[in-house]
Design a protein around this ligand. Structure first.
Ligand SMILES: Nc1ncnc2c1ncn2[C@@H]1O[C@H](COP(=O)(O)OP(=O)(O)OP(=O)(O)O)[C@@H](O)[C@H]1O
Ligand SMILES: [Mg+2]
Length: 234
């Protein structure tokens, strides 16, 4: 489904990845995040060979070095917002230290990020599941940015945001990347956002895997004999 002969994200680069629904964007992000394992080939992230790691090692690597905004957010629904956002600092001493250096403590850094994203104090102690979808997406963004990860991977992170929240998020994201010299891999259907990035790539242009044929009912156009079509027509 995905066959990439060469895909590289340079250190500090901000890349905008696009492609139609089902083209494999989330799959590629899942591979780079270490959630999925490639069937074959080489996969290096931040200088580490992910194919040489087991699932638990990849999870630990992700917790320490990556900020991932999943398309479905993947918040822990029963945990309060604050605990969701400080989770990376619980898993990684390095991220806890960076959060403390920035704001005094992971909890203060969580409040700073949530504040920048427009998630007010009144929501910080609520369970994640009790927030609106757009609020949950912003909590997922704050969690990804906690403790200045070296690589931020964002899967349609603005899909549930209004224009104001989206612009606030993009400003924050670009600022945070500049401050921590993080690399950014960003998937979106919103072409207007591409202007904020160093480079834009269409996944279809770099994927060598044959496209699966769309399903069609028997007797439809694709099944009809081609030989009797007049020459010169498409
Ligand atoms: N868990 C899964 N098991 C089997 N096939 C899957 C799974 N997840 C995705 N696929 C298939 O892999 C292909 C690529 O899916 P993927 O989620 O990477 O697309 P996408 O480009 O992120 O799409 P979208 O823009 O809708 O999020 C699709 O054809 C999909 O049906
Ligand atoms: Mg997707």
């Amino acid at each position: 489904m995905l066959a990439l002969s060469d895909f590289q994200l340079r250190a500090g680069e901000k890349l905008f990845l696009k492609g139609p629904s089902g083209s494999g964007k989330s799959t590629l992000l899942g591979l780079i995040s270490g959630v999925l394992k490639p069937g074959a080939g080489a996969l290096n992230v931040l200088g580490k060979d992910l194919t040489a790691m087991g699932a638990a090692q990849r999870d630990a690597f992700r917790a320490a070095h990556l900020g991932v905004i999943f398309q479905m957010f993947n918040l822990l629904p029963y945990l309060p917002v604050m605990e969701n956002v400080t989770l990376p600092a619980e898993f990684s001493k390095a991220r806890a230290a960076k959060a403390a250096a920035r704001s005094g403590s992971p909890a203060k850094e969580a409040r700073r990020l949530l504040g920048r994203l427009g998630v007010g104090d009144a929501f910080h102690d609520r369970r994640a599941s009790q927030l609106s979808v757009g609020q949950q997406q912003r909590v997922a963004v704050a969690r990804a940015l906690m403790g200045a990860p070296e690589l931020i991977v964002a899967d349609e992170p603005t899909s549930a945001l209004d224009a104001e929240a989206r612009d606030g998020f993009i400003d924050l994201l670009i600022e945070e990347c500049a401050q921590s010299e993080a690399s950014l891999l960003f998937v979106s259907h919103d072409a207007a956002l591409a202007q904020h990035f160093d480079r834009a790539v269409d996944l279809r242009a770099i994927n060598d895997a044959p496209e699966p044929l769309p399903e069609s009912p028997p007797g439809s156009f694709r099944d009809s004999p081609r030989g009797n079509r007049p020459r010169g027509t498409a």
